[in-house]
Design a protein around this ligand. Sequence first.
Ligand SMILES: Cc1cc2nc3c(=O)[nH]c(=O)nc-3n(C[C@H](O)[C@H](O)[C@H](O)COP(=O)(O)OP(=O)(O)OC[C@H]3O[C@@H](n4cnc5c(N)ncnc54)[C@H](O)[C@@H]3O)c2cc1C
Length: 466
Amino acid sequence: MSTHETLAARVRGPVFAPGDEGYDDERTGFQTNDPHRPSVIVGAEDAGDVRAAVEYAAENRLPVAVQNTGHGLPLAAEGGLLISTRRMTGLRITPAAEAGEAGTPAEAGTAWIEAGVRWGQVVPEAAAHGLAPLSGSSPGVGAVSYVLGGGVGLMSRMYGNAADHVRSIDVVTADARPRHVTPDSDPDLFWALLGGRANFGVVTSLEIGLVPVTRLYGGGLYFDAGLIAGVMETWRTWTAALPDEMTSSIALMPVPALPVFPEPLRGRHVAHVRIAYVGDAAEGERLIEPLRAVGPRLIDNVRDMPYTESGTIHNEPPVPMAYHATNFALDDLDAGTVQGLLDLAGPGAPDRAIVEIRQLGGALAQAPAVPNAVGNRDAGYLVGVLSRLGPEIDADAVHALHGRAGDLLDKRSSGRLLNFLFGANATSEQVRASYDAAAYRRLRELKAVHDPSNLFRLNHNIPPAT
Ligand SMILES: Cc1cc2nc3c(=O)[nH]c(=O)nc-3n(C[C@H](O)[C@H](O)[C@H](O)COP(=O)(O)OP(=O)(O)OC[C@H]3O[C@@H](n4cnc5c(N)ncnc54)[C@H](O)[C@@H]3O)c2cc1C
């Protein structure tokens, strides 16, 4: 028996080695640039497979990577063991009457979600019970990793980080022990997992709180190139005095002339304002009047909608792609920063990139009922810069543009948000900047307790304290 056959005998799901049929498909996710190249992959069917895979990795001193959808690839594994969770799609919704007392006052039920579940699976199931998860812009993103990384969602100014609504975590730690972690059973590990993400184990399932939201006033306002500067400045000043019920963002986007994009946008440079208002539609409409007053929209689909249509707000294309991304948390957004972003990637700029600014604040800035390690809670805005990569794109120009983004924003930035460090290029400095200094020190100390050999290092790594 080869070593990997030994592993295959210990798990229910498939095991792939390089060259096997299915290996390439299993290791490749949404991010197609520089995927994992593990020496073995376990396609886990259940928590038992995850436990067996971690045990095998520990016995053979193989570092462990985890992947569900591949939206957040932090570092391409070279060798090691990859646990692929995409087959673990168990989901159970429990309305409030059965969910018990624990949880924040805003919650009206819970969802138990396994490691391979995407938001697109949770949203309709929760809606059938009059509930919604604190999901984000894209239904294709994996729910578990999103929550473990913080989770800035469509309603986050109203309800805060998704991580703040976790009730329990099932995880396999580096000693290959399955543990059910609650704030009472192990407050330190509970704290570290929510924010520390893959550093403390492979999470096999989570129990999260759901909120009683069925409808939103939401959608997108798309403005053509000539109105971009005006709408950026209007959005900036407009966000200064909004109720927490309003969560919005703006993206500057060169839209490729491809059928996957709506016809009126193809081949144009546009500003896309995304609106999610949890409240009365008439009040939402009144609130966004200043944005509509900027001028005609190429598309305006802001409307009263069921939460099941919330994926249309950002309308991110579901097609896998290669990309390089950077993010910067800012305390506030001044006119000079907006002008700098227009110079960097506006319609007149020499190079193309997507620039997104999300308004944070509101409930995101509040301390959670149960503490967790999610950092940079005080930030007012998040700026993301994303460039497509590919054979037809000059990689040097992309790196130069991201260098200029750093020149513009590093000095204004208070840190990073871990969830938005994706693109297989996160540096250790960026990981450190995703936490408050004391939290980062504590994470390192807890890493030394729970994973002293850094078995879980093919990730946004937090090295154990020495
Ligand atoms: C198009 C797009 C839209 C996004 N929108 C939002 C948004 O609105 N709000 C937001 O907060 N974030 C958003 N993100 C970021 C996203 O939440 C993170 O990248 C998240 O990590 C993706 O999880 P995944 O399972 O889809 O991806 P994966 O690449 O499969 O996972 C990312 C990493 O998480 C870790 N991980 C995965 N599964 C587990 C597990 N079971 N246990 C422990 N660790 C695990 C691994 O280190 C893995 O490399 C977006 C990303 C993209 C590309």
